[in-house]
Design a protein around this ligand. Sequence first.
Ligand SMILES: [Zn+2]
Length: 333
Amino acid sequence: MRTPNPPSFPSSRLRRLRMTEALRSMVRETELSATDFIYPLFVVPGKGIRKEVSSMPGVFQLSIDQLVRECAEVRELGIPAVILFGIPEAKDEVGSGAYAEGGIIQQAVRAVKKDVPALVVITDVCLCEYTSHGHCGIVRDGVIVNDESVELLAREALTHAQAGADMVAPSDMFDGRVKAIREILDKNAFPDLPIMSYAAKYASGFYGPFREAAESTPKFGDRRSHQMDPANADEAMREVAQDIAEGADIVMVKPALPYLDVVSRVKRRFGMPTAAYNVSGEYSMIKAAAKMGWIDGERVMMEVLTGIKRAGADLILTYFAKDAVEVLRRHKG
Ligand SMILES: [Zn+2]
């Protein structure tokens, strides 16, 4: 083991290495860097649109022209990747906008890859932003059906790949979707396109502000028939194992903060590139408390991100990415 019992006091004084910042920096175990982050962005139809999400200060719905500018800035900051969520012009029962060749995400990917080719563009693959009922798949007699929905998700992933996406990220939590996406990508000459699966995604109250940003609140019912029960961690291991077996290249735990034990177990058990999604509610809580003057927002942000990395995340999807990089630069400068 890496941590034997230290000799006892007074030959051991653990404070010795905490006395100055120089000493602390020498023995620091976890260090954040810009390359840890993936920045989520929301794309809307139109031109010149930059509309702040009221429950997520600093987060905007962007039209494609604004998105491209934002992506250039993200790349400039040294953040390697963005993940795109789309809000379509129109919604319908089967979420056609999700897998239309000229859909909002497909257009957005083309535009970003043209102007900021070095940026890794990841696309979220789900139907909930595109269905009139706001569910992640096809609904029949009030039940969200699995296999038919998976077929549509695979089609969606393929259109993202064809538009030039560098990675696809299925977020639905239906069974067998990673396999279906891997197969359709392989069959269509995208064998090298990686999949980041939302492998252990919990039915969480922390998604509230996101649903305002992505306009994806379900019109009836909830997502508990596919997303995981917050009480379960062994089941998360089965979910992750299944996604890896089906071809996931990166596995994600979502949300991050209430599930750091799951992040830690996934990293230790599978040794896979592991991502954690520091979700909207986690972001908004810090922003709100900081605004009230109850916490030091910047300090708490850095502590939270460090904690997620320390737990075992190699990658952190976070709305704080740009702010955190500014802080890192200031400290280095
Ligand atoms: Zn969904």
